[in-house]
Design a protein around this ligand. Structure first.
Ligand SMILES: NC(=O)c1ccc[n+]([C@@H]2O[C@H](COP(=O)([O-])OP(=O)(O)OC[C@H]3O[C@@H](n4cnc5c(N)ncnc54)[C@H](O)[C@@H]3O)[C@@H](O)[C@H]2O)c1
Length: 268
């Protein structure tokens, strides 16, 4: 019996590939047999991936908000590999707990700066729209492809602002209004495109991960874990199975869906 999870012979592009989850998506796809192009705005970091990852990837610098950059990467991919079969729209900007540049007051809704709102919209929404235009169109033309848009639990439910308070009762941040808004938009855009390209056999699905443990403060990890039915934050490799499933023919009758992999966070 053929392996319906196999990605042998498939060409895959991962955006935001030098980030925490982008690297893992590259590993998952390559281990399933795909040829992986690892793209990120950070040219230096992306070129280090060839040594850093346990699998072979082709690194390329890409800014998903810049049409010249998208056009140049598309030319390189078509020139080198001749096509594209899988696109993982993973690049995003997020106000993360582990970042040290937190300013509690400016992260509150009342003070949240317009320039940040616009920046997060630009990368997380417009960037996904543009990347689908530049690469999904190739899939639509050849009647085959799988696009996976990385959304979030915060595209489904509102942030619980109580988890951003430490055990002394001090707030260390507010989850901003921009990130959840963009992730809700990604889920709806996924449905739009799935309906639009269904007849072209281009499947478009979202994957909504839960919070990944990544050296956050102990209080935060504990707050998050206590709210999660599986009792922990995710490991960075908890999404390998979902990525390979959505990318491969194992999910051949699935489009417009939002696959939620969150330890149960959104069911409560
Ligand atoms: N980490 C989590 O807990 C978590 C939870 C739910 C969803 N997600 C989603 O998973 C995805 C990856 O998150 P992560 O935690 O790995 O984030 P990360 O910040 O570690 O990685 C994001 C990557 O995107 C790149 N990037 C930013 N702007 C770009 C642009 N204009 N063009 C190209 N690349 C750009 C960054 O350089 C970075 O390498 C995001 O879509 C995020 O919203 C993450």
């Amino acid at each position: 019996m053929s392996n319906i999870f196999s990605l042998e012979g498939k060409i895959a592009l991962v955006t935001g590939a030098s980030g925490l989850l982008g690297k893992q998506h590259c590993i998952a796809l390559a281990e399933a047999g795909a040829t992986v192009i690892a793209a990120d705005i950070h040219g230096d970091k992306i070129h280090l991936l060839t040594d850093e990852l346990p699998v072979k990837v082709t690194p390329m610098r890409l800014d998903i908000t810049d049409t010249a950059s998208l056009s140049s990467v598309r030319e390189r991919i078509m020139g080198t590999f001749g096509t594209i079969d899988i696109l993982i729209n993973n690049a995003a900007v997020n106000d993360m707990v582990e970042n040290n540049d937190k300013d509690v007051q400016s992260s509150s809704f009342e003070h949240y700066p317009l320039y940040l709102w616009k920046k997060v919209m630009d990368v997380n929404v417009t960037g996904v729209f543009l990347t689908c235009q530049y690469f999904g169109a190739i899939m639509a033309k050849k009647n085959y492809g799988s696009i996976i848009n990385i959304a979030s639990t915060y595209g489904i439910v509102a942030p619980d602002q109580s988890i951003y308070v430490n055990s002394n009762g001090e707030r260390f941040m507010w989850k901003s209004p921009s990130y959840p808004t963009t992730k809700g938009a990604v889920i709806q855009f996924t449905k739009y495109l799935a309906a639009y390209w269904g007849k072209n056999n281009v499947r478009v699905n979202a994957l909504s991960p839960g919070g990944v443990e990544n050296n956050q403060e102990a209080d935060f990890i504990s707050n998050y874990s206590n709210k999660t039915p599986l009792g922990r934050m995710s490991h960075n490799n908890d999404y390998h199975g979902a990525i390979v499933f959505l990318a491969s023919d194992a999910s051949s009758y699935m489009t417009g869906a939002n696959l939620v992999v969150d330890g149960g966070w959104t069911i409560i």
